[in-house]
Design a protein around this ligand. Structure first.
Ligand SMILES: [Zn+2]
Length: 272
């Protein structure tokens, strides 16, 4: 008897498989990242093909398989795909969010509830067009890194905790640093940029929405650099695990930071 389970999920990726089937990568609420086969979805009369597109939030029933699970039933919870795909800025931001989520949750079926909630919330916010797409993307990136264990500090010193705000920002130290901890080569972003990053991390949207375009650009650059710093280190550690582990065929994804930076640039507001 195959084991059946039910979960909520965001569709991260959908790939063709043969003539009529599709392989979908899902970020589920309770089972982490799941890859599953959806049979017959590409037939015209398929009852769930359109529900298994990227950006959709679904309620899904799956049969557990040895390598891949199989989709049995799908219902739509949040049809974000259309609203997101109808606007280029939203689409680009959402695509970068899905790619980041896929890479930050790449251990199959390791529960990632906070990552799921962040992604589902970010896609819903984008689909409702409540904030500028670039801000939603950067808020998502900062928070997903924080959930992954790399919470940056934008106010107090990331090394000694001395109360901020501080002018210097160091990727290696994890954010803002006081004059005594500041390593050579630290960045010195505008104070309003650090304030904006702090607002994005804590969800202070009135303050973030009121920020100037040039502060948003500077903030995006710091977020991309921070993402690259941490994810590249993570990928290196995963490669080591792969060599020592028993799954030699595991594919270690690398995050495409250049693509994220392009996405940030494309959705950033024009300079005044
Ligand atoms: Zn310090």
């Amino acid at each position: 008897m195959p084991v059946i389970y039910r979960d909520e999920a965001v569709v991260l990726r959908a790939q063709k498989l043969g003539e009529a089937d599709r392989i979908v990568t899902l970020l589920t609420r309770e089972h982490g990242q799941v890859r599953a086969v959806a049979k017959g979805v590409r037939k015209t009369m398929s009852r769930f093909g359109a529900r298994l597109e990227p950006f959709m939030l679904i309620d899904v029933q799956l049969y557990e398989g040895r390598s891949l699970d199989t989709v049995n039933q799908v219902e739509t919870i949040g049809a974000y795909g259309l609203a997101i795909a109808s606007d280029y800025g939203r689409y680009t931001a959402a695509t970068a969010m899905l790619e980041t989520a896929e890479r930050l949750t790449e251990n199959d079926k390791e529960p990632a509830l906070q990552q799921f909630l962040l992604l589902a919330g970010g896609l819903r916010t984008l689909s409702q067009d409540r904030h500028e797409a670039g801000l939603v993307l950067d808020a998502y990136l900062i928070r997903s890194l924080a959930v992954a264990g790399w919470a940056p500090s934008f106010t107090d010193c990331a090394r000694c905790g001395q109360a901020g705000p501080h002018r210097a920002f160091s990727l290696a130290m994890g954010g803002a640093v006081c004059p005594s901890c500041r390593p050579p080569g630290s960045a010195a972003p505008h104070p309003e940029t650090l304030q904006l990053l702090s607002s994005l991390l804590t969800g202070d949207w009135p303050s973030a929405d009121a920020s100037e375009a040039r502060r948003r650009r500077e903030a995006s650059g710091l977020v991309a650099a921070y993402l690259q710093w941490h994810v590249e280190r993570r990928v290196r550690s995963l490669r080591w695990v792969e060599r020592e582990g028993d799954r030699p065929s595991i594919k270690v994804p690398t995050i495409d930071v250049a693509a994220i930076e392009r996405a940030q640039a494309e959705v950033a507001p024009p300079l005044p």
